[in-house]
Design a protein around this ligand. Structure first.
Ligand code: C2E
Ligand code: MG
Ligand code: MG
Ligand code: MG
Length: 290
């Protein structure tokens, strides 16, 4: 959102400069209403180890617009980010995901769920405490929630971001660094952040089997992450050859259409049951009541 004051002090809306065309504003209003009406859905994509074990699920938001059909998340998330609607969206996603985790746990399915959060969220005062309160309300142990952040959180106010992440980590929430390789993170930044997982961006994974440079980048990233004690997840694995290469490079887990695309909750339940996820695992103890 950008506005300019004219000589009378009235804010003049500048459509050209920030790309807030009437079309975007229309979508923004529709999204706000869809969230209010709980007309936005979460789908879940499995994160799977190279031994076939399901290590988690990633919640991905899905919005079916009445006239336009499905709007890609990248598109409406950018709109939410630049408009102040982001906290509302994140609250909705966290609430929906935690209710789902609680339901799965009650049904004997113990699988951690990752939620994507935007840099905006990380810079919202009180965010860590709000997440902790939400976990407690749903009686979900913090270890069952993972937050996926991108290195962009460090761009605006690195100290504030580091404080929030430290707060979350102190509450026992695990953090994952998403889209790694697309930003400007250095080793130094990585070491400062309390992340336990690094996700290699799909753009590197996609050409891993055909491009030597990309293969080298992926190899170095995996080794670097391991030397820092991080688990590595490869995004967007679509074919067997890429899967095999990643396994040979000691990658820890993968996500991609090769194994499963994001699915609605019910379908995810069936998918997990078919894999007997959680069936053999003991129920983790709930934290003691305060
Ligand atoms: P991301 O977090 O990096 O999610 C991975 C994206 O790759 C997802 O796109 C997923 O559907 C897609 N994908 C997974 N496997 C494959 C594959 O094998 N091939 C290809 N070509 N794509 C694959 P999606 O769902 O369209 O989401 C796009 C981005 O939107 C996400 O990237 C994330 O940054 C953002 N996003 C999605 N849901 C949320 C949310 O609830 N909150 C926030 N803040 N951002 C979200
Ligand atoms: Mg993600
Ligand atoms: Mg990603
Ligand atoms: Mg991405």
């Amino acid at each position: 959102y950008q506005a300019k004051r004219d000589r009378t002090g009235v804010e003049v809306y500048e459509a050209r400069r920030d790309g807030n065309t009437p079309d975007r504003l229309g979508l923004l209003g529709d999204l706000r209403r869809a969230l209010q009406a709980q007309d936005v859905e979460l789908h879940y994509q499995p994160k799977v180890g190279f031994d076939g074990r399901v290590v988690g699920l990633e919640a991905l938001v899905r919005w079916e617009h009445a006239e336009r059909g499905r709007v890609p998340p990248d598109e409406f998330i950018a709109i939410a980010e630049s408009s102040g609607l982001m906290p509302v969206l994140t609250e909705y996603v966290l609430e929906t995901a935690l209710a789902q985790v609680a339901a799965w746990r009650a049904a004997g399915l113990h699988v951690p769920v990752a939620v994507n959060v935007s840099p905006r969220d990380v810079h919202t005062p009180g965010f860590a405490g709000a997440v902790a309160a939400r976990l407690a309300r749903h009686k979900v142990p913090p270890g069952s929630l993972q937050l996926e952040i991108t290195e962009h959180v460090l761009l605006e106010d690195p100290q504030r971001a580091a404080d929030t992440l430290a707060g979350l980590s102190g509450h026992g929430v695990k953090m994952s660094l998403d889209d790694f390789g697309t930003g400007y993170s250095s080793l130094v930044h990585l070491r400062r952040l309390p992340v336990s997982e690094l996700k290699i961006d799909r753009s590197f994974v996609a050409r891993l089997a055909v491009d030597d440079e990309d293969a080298e980048i992926v190899r170095c990233t995996i080794d670097l992450a391991h030397s820092l004690g991080l688990r590595v997840v490869a995004e967007g694995v679509e074919d067997d050859e890429t899967w095999e290469r990643l396994r040979d490079l000691n990658c820890d887990a993968m996500q991609g259409w090769l194994v499963a695309a994001a699915m609605p909750a019910e379908e995810t339940t069936a998918w997990l049951r078919a894999r007997e996820v959680g069936a053999t695992r003991a129920t983790p103890a709930l934290p003691p009541a305060p």
